[in-house]
Write a protein that binds this ligand. Structure first.
Ligand code: CP
Length: 304
């Protein structure tokens, strides 16, 4: 039985295969509409979500399966003190596969050790978000037609941004990738990622505070939200929340085929005047998320 806790658990070949299946689903929706007849997906969300939970649910429904679950810890027996392990053993009696989001880093890994059905990490604290990364990879592959030879700007909260951590880990395995890390000093990527991923894989990278400094060199600009829920101190959040606001003016030097991405939700970091720019890919990214999750459910349930 396979789980997906960290994007590293998938080989490059497996990711290629998932992307291929997702692209086939996009082109042949009907062919997949009964693949999961009689199967159930549980979505256990101990932390808020719109896209991840609903795209998992839509994905399972489009495959012909059913969904159950909860969208807040407060509406489950967690509120009475039940442990993650006991919750998982219980839900394993009702569902064939579980997608789980939790504010504690490592909680999905603990769940996977107790589970009798596959567990998908749908985001654990400031750690990882592997299915967002699969979404991002499908978006990049579909929009740029390649996953190598890319200069990728990552901007905003690179310290707590789990989507950034998973994306750096995944993209570091492809050829000729260069990262431009754009953040305030306080929100730089964690040291372990610099040492264990960037340096270990001889990846070209640099840091800047200025979103415009490398704008003309970027193939991808991946914006992220400064996340209020990860700060211990409200004052720090208020000081940093509007550090970067991407608008039309800041895109003046950008390439014509730049792909602007954002895992969403957005607060202020992309001005709405960018939404109509043909380089804005973040709502397409949302849609790709459903298709790659359909491909992932098929893989983990071992459906042909
Ligand atoms: N991208 C993402 O994880 O969005 P949600 O928090 O809405 O699920």
């Amino acid at each position: 039985m396979r789980n997906l806790i960290d994007i590293k658990e998938l080989t490059i070949e497996e990711i290629e295969e998932l992307i291929k299946v997702a692209q086939d689903i996009i082109n042949n929706r009907e062919k997949y509409s009964h693949k999961c007849d009689g199967k159930k997906l549980a979505t256990l969300f101990f932390e808020p979500s719109t896209r991840t939970r609903l795209s998992f649910e839509a994905a399972m429904m489009e495959l012909g399966g059913n969904v159950l679950g909860f969208s807040a810890a407060s509406s489950s027996s967690t509120a009475k003190g039940e442990s993650v392990s006991d919750t998982i053993r219980t839900v394993g009696c009702y569902a064939d596969i579980i997608a789980m989001r939790h504010p504690k880093e490592g909680a999905p890994l603990v769940a996977a050790q107790k589970s009798v059905v596959p567990i998908i990490n749908a985001g654990d604290g400031g750690h990882n978000h592997p299915t967002q990364t699969l979404t991002d990879l499908l978006t990049i592959k579909s929009e740029k037609k390649r996953l190598d030879n890319l200069t990728i700007g990552l901007c905003g909260d690179l310290k707590f941004g789990r989507t950034v951590h998973s994306l750096i880990t995944a993209m570091s395995r492809y050829k000729n990738i260069r990262f431009i890390l754009i953040s305030p000093k306080e929100l730089e990527i964690p040291e372990y990622l610099k040492k264990e991923v960037l340096e270990k894989n001889n990846i070209k990278w640099c840091e800047t505070r200025d979103i415009e400094e490398y704008m003309g060199e970027l193939d991808i600009l991946y914006m992220t939200r400064v996340q209020r829920e990860r700060f211990f101190n409200e004052e720090d959040y208020l000081r940093l929340k509007d550090y970067y606001i991407l608008n039309k003016e800041k895109l003046e030097k950008a390439k014509e085929d730049l792909c602007i991405m954002h895992p969403l939700p957005r607060v202020n970091e992309i001005s709405t005047d960018v939404d109509d720019d043909r380089r804005a890919c973040y709502f397409k990214q949302v849609e790709y998320g459903k298709y790659i999750r359909m491909a992932l459910i098929l893989k983990l349930l071992e459906v042909e």
